[in-house]
Design a protein around this ligand. Structure first.
Ligand SMILES: Cc1cc2nc3c(=O)[nH]c(=O)nc-3n(C[C@H](O)[C@H](O)[C@H](O)COP(=O)(O)OP(=O)(O)OC[C@H]3O[C@@H](n4cnc5c(N)ncnc54)[C@H](O)[C@@H]3O)c2cc1C
Length: 538
């Protein structure tokens, strides 16, 4: 039976708690924290700035700063670090693969807790329940491979973000990372069955999906020195792919698992997770095909949605290569002809069927779509050579765009906006118009199955200010059209203003209130999603 009262486990013995209290009473410095944790508890912790500096920056490229790095190896060590930092009010930032693009692992002072050594107990697949239990410090791709290996290729973990070889399981949970599959099944939250989790003051909560559901908008957590009420955010959350802000529900019913996944580490540290697995398809049918223009691509999205009766999670990829991608793409002459501007990569999972069985049918489905798709514009990717060509073409786009950015000695902006399908054409029209009026170089690609396309802006140096203004206009437009600013990258520190534009100050206050209930001084992952208000910054 589910309820909203959450029991906690004290994993630190009373003698240890007492030792920490006595130590904290002396108002220790951060150097004394290093000494205490290493000498008393043999935790890997250092204030050697040559080492710490390597963890201060993530893929957002925002400048960070920290004084100390620690690399705990298990939940007990994590609990010790959390407890000590809370006791003496030292900020602590959790760091995993550091591939986030929003600054969510960028430290703003204090200690960095890297989860890279949180690799035990080893990944375990339970074939009967079709689940996998995993530590958080391993790379997502290693976990995905382990799922296949232990199940003899029968079960797989379908979430496949592009960064899966560099992102760790903990990071993907915390950001609700998503991959190519359209719909909710593309994102981490959908597959998360259970979590082991430490509160900011180092107590443990174990939760399975369905165990704890907030009532009247509240969870009650039973800490040893009294209960704490956490009011869950209730800002309206559009029912689309969404990584913007912690999970919320207007009626106040939130599963604890849903609240923790995607909360960017502001409520605590996840130490282990159990995911559901899916039956591995026998084969995939992979196709790349071209269309005359963007309008045809949007029509194709509509057509294919109807074909699958609105459930696009039956396909495993519907990726779009739109405006200006050809300019940045190797092998464009092999993939496109002079009458086609845009392309789509479609992947269909096959169960009890072979590519030979279905290829002909799919050629017919595509050419009958009335979206300008011709047989000579369809490339089956199920031969090594065709796959290689497509693979190189696809991966050349970001690297050529990066090269252009370097040549211009500038930076680029990647939007992560999404709007509901009905508003998608209008959003595209307006955004193209904003960008073309500003005369900023850009390209457009992304996850057509979710109506989630990335505009990649490459302003010249002189246009940088204008590019930021344009970005804000795009964010405003997405909010106006019932969308959100982030479908997959999250908020971190960079997109806090976007959260406000999208959900408003009251929503930020709701997140702050939930955060403050567990972490009154905003010490853990300070600055993610919302700015701390009314706390003293150490
Ligand atoms: C080239 C590239 C491609 C990308 N492609 C995708 C994509 O296809 N889909 C997508 O969704 N994202 C993508 N991203 C964004 C990024 O990879 C994801 O957000 C990823 O989930 C971050 O994981 P990480 O291990 O790098 O976490 P980090 O960047 O280290 O941390 C991210 C956040 O998670 C928190 N955190 C980490 N571990 C824990 C934990 N155990 N408990 C609590 N909080 C924790 C951190 O404090 C931080 O707030 C891409 C990024 C790059 C650079």
């Amino acid at each position: 039976m589910s309820n909203n009262r959450i029991p906690i486990h004290s994993i630190l013995g009373s003698d240890v708690v007492e030792k920490i209290s006595v130590w904290a009473e002396k108002s220790p410095t951060i150097s004394e924290l290093v000494e205490f944790l290493s000498l008393e508890f043999q935790i890997d912790i250092t204030s050697d700035l040559d080492i710490v500096n390597g963890y201060e920056r993530d893929c957002s490229n925002i400048n960070g700063n920290a004084e100390v790095l620690c690399r705990p190896i298990n939940e007990l060590e994590c609990a010790l670090v959390l407890r000590c930092c809370q006791s003496v009010k030292i900020p602590l930032t959790i760091s995993a693969g550091r591939t986030n693009l929003t600054g969510s692992a960028t430290p703003e002072g204090g200690v960095i807790l890297s989860i890279e050594k949180m690799t035990q107990p080893k990944v375990k697949v339970d074939s009967a329940s079709k689940t996998i239990t995993t530590p958080v410090g391993i790379y997502l791709e290693d976990m995905r491979k382990e799922a296949l290996r232990q199940s003899n290729n029968k079960l797989h973990y379908p979430v496949d973000p592009t960064s899966r070889k560099e992102a760790m399981v903990g990071g993907t949970l915390s950001c609700n990372a998503s991959g190519f599959i359209p719909g909710p099944a593309g994102a981490t939250r959908y597959w998360t069955e259970g979590l082991e989790f430490l509160t900011p003051n180092g107590f443990k909560i174990s939760c399975k999906r369905g165990d704890y559901i907030s009532e009247n908008g509240e969870f009650i957590i039973d800490f040893p020195d009294g209960e704490v009420i956490v009011k869950v955010p209730s800002y309206p959350r559009p029912d689309i792919k969404n990584a913007s802000g912690p999970f919320s529900d207007e009626n106040g019913h939130v599963d604890l698992v849903d609240l923790l996944v995607g909360s960017e580490g502001i409520f605590g540290l996840i130490t282990s997770s159990t995911f559901r697995l899916k039956e591995m398809p026998d084969e995939f049918l992979d196709m790349f095909f071209t269309l005359p223009n963007e309008i045809d691509a949007v029509r194709f999205h509509h057509y294919i949605s109807n074909h699958f009766e609105g459930d696009l999670s039956q396909i495993t990829a519907l990726e779009y290569f739109g405006y200006n991608c050809q300019t940045y793409m190797d092998h464009r002459e092999t993939l496109f002809n002079s009458t086609t501007e845009v392309g789509i990569y479609l992947q269909i999972p096959l169960y009890n069927e072979t590519v030979e069985d279905v290829a002909e049918d799919w050629l017919n489905i595509l050419t009958n779509s009335d979206c300008g798709i011709h047989e000579d514009g369809i490339l089956l990717l199920n031969t090594p050579q065709n796959w290689q060509t497509f693979f190189e073409a696809r991966h050349s786009i970001p690297s050529n765009a990066l090269e252009k950015t370097r040549q211009l000695d500038t930076w680029s902006i990647l939007t992560d906006t999404i709007v509901p399908p009905d508003n998608f054409p209008e959003f595209l029209d307006v955004t193209h118009s904003i960008l073309q009026t500003a005369d900023i170089e850009y390209l457009l690609f992304g996850h057509l199955g979710d109506c989630h396309l990335h505009f990649h802006l490459i302003p010249t140096k002189d246009q940088q200010h204008k590019a930021l203004e344009v970005y804000h206009q795009i964010i405003e437009k997405s909010a106006e059209l019932d969308g959100v600013y982030s479908a997959e990258h999250g908020t971190g520190k960079r997109k806090r203003p976007d959260f406000l534009k999208c959900y408003g100050e009251e929503a930020a206050e709701q997140v702050r209130s939930a955060k403050a209930a567990l972490d009154p001084d905003f010490l853990l992952n300070r600055g993610n999603v919302v700015e701390p208000v009314g706390v003293q910054i150490r």
